[in-house]
Design a protein around this ligand. Sequence first.
Ligand SMILES: Nc1ncnc2c1ncn2[C@@H]1O[C@H](COP(=O)(O)OP(=O)(O)OP(=O)(O)O)[C@@H](O)[C@H]1O
Ligand SMILES: [Mg+2]
Length: 246
Amino acid sequence: MSTQTNGNNKPLLEAKDIYAGYTDFDILQGVSLEVYPGEIVCVIGPNGAGKSTVFKTIYGFLKIRKGTVIFDGQEITNKRPQQILRAGISNVPQLRSIFPQMTVKENLEMGMYIEKDKKRIAERIEYVLGLFPRLAERRAQMAGTMSGGEQRMLEIGRALMLEPKLILMDEPSAGLAPLITRMIFENVERLNKEIGLTVLMIEQNARQGLEASHRGYVLELGQNSYQGTGQELINNAEVRRAFLGG
Ligand SMILES: Nc1ncnc2c1ncn2[C@@H]1O[C@H](COP(=O)(O)OP(=O)(O)OP(=O)(O)O)[C@@H](O)[C@H]1O
Ligand SMILES: [Mg+2]
């Protein structure tokens, strides 16, 4: 995929010089990243680099000690997760999060637990099911009985219920077979094109993740190391050697 920022030069999300950690030690030591409207941006880096930690700070699950997060023109630094959800960011966490004993439809409803308007919930369910025919066929099925790829689509669908401006996905392809991984990335790209969904994702499948993305960041030891378009990173000799298997 090529460079693009939809001609809009104001970032939708801007994390600036973030410091945060779980103890006195700062795991993140000055991480910065930007996501422009309409982009798919991929974060890669070794295990333990701090990728998920960045998402936790953006989402208010972990306190930022220094640095700022701006979303859609507003500062959201250290706001609570529910405020961030209301502001228009939804989150698909690294650990799988569907409710196995609920149906597909009930899982989607959970994505709108902060909404009281029943009619609007019903409309959103139909809208999201319209985006994912595989889920529509299974609307009454127990989510726990679906395949891994279908469950992942359901998590993404649930994250779309509140009509977010930005979706964070922590390793959407984790634990999935190569063909299913491809299907997930194809769906992410399709949603980006069809409904203009802006995506910030973390990926261990670095090459495929970058191929599906407009831009990418490499994090190492809690700091930015490389950044560029997906293609630039794939072509960068050092990034290839370290993260893309030569
Ligand atoms: N809840 C926690 N308490 C203490 N330390 C943590 C906690 N969560 C993560 N860490 C530490 O923070 C560092 C960064 O972890 P993080 O989960 O952000 O890495 P990551 O880049 O997402 O790795 P992976 O690719 O394995 O998911 C690691 O050293 C990890 O052990
Ligand atoms: Mg992680």
